[in-house]
Design a protein around this ligand. Sequence first.
Ligand code: FE
Ligand code: FE
Length: 308
Amino acid sequence: MSTILEPGQIEAAASTPPFLYLPPVNLFALRAARLDTLAVGNALGDYLRLVAELCRIQQSLLDQPPVAAPEQTQRQRLCLEHGLPPLAADSLVREGHWLAYLDALLQRYVAPANAELLAAVGRLREASDEQRKLWGIALLTGQFSAVPAALVPFLGAALQAAWSHWLLNVPSADLKAADSLCQCPACGSPAMAGVIRHRGKYNGLRYLVCSLCACEWHVVRVKCIYCEQSKGLTYFNLDDDRYAAGKAPLRAECCPGCKSYLKQLYLECDAEAEALSADLASLALDMRLDQEGFQRLAPNLMLAPGGE
Ligand code: FE
Ligand code: FE
């Protein structure tokens, strides 16, 4: 008699994989380089180059932070003790310490001679801290119609830089899984995408990438991260002449139960791939899945739909 192991059991039978990976300290430089490459020949090339430039500034915010990362607070210690996200986005975004990163980003950004970009940056520079905070809250809570679309990448970049900076200064060994599979254990934000690893002992494991702080947490494969069902999942990718059938590095895991999908990167098919850049460069896939009736629940803070 043979026993068929479920994906989770196969993983448990090997060795216990690390639950969490922190982002590399050059995360934003990697994103920038990747975006510059993907921009060539992409219909959204100008947009990808703008995000690449913002990623370079994000990297400078990590390398030369405008403010020191706060010492571990009593609240963080309590959160870690109780298995709660120590960098909870919903409360920290309201406290506004991230605004120092937005200030620094606006100082360091040199807008090209482009009327739209100049207007967006001007509007952010002139906005009060109260207004900026309201936009930040709206962006992180998914109230996209309350944020002008042109401001989204700047706000998203500042928020990401602040949270990644803080994350890299939190003792991560103690982080526990959040209530929902799709929720970041460090900051409670939703996942942006999944990455299937390809090297070493943990080859083939799935990690989800946080849309805000970029930490990665392990979730078994072949399971909808939203409704936790495994039945009938399908994998969808756009035809691409560069890859043989079944070898596309980016595929969407589509769930017939809750009609949602999550984009996944298969590093075995492209070892250089990176989640945020791959996501932005494949908006055609989102449009296609939208037509098929699937909804996207994973935010990308550099391209929220936005209002106005
Ligand atoms: Fe996070
Ligand atoms: Fe589902």
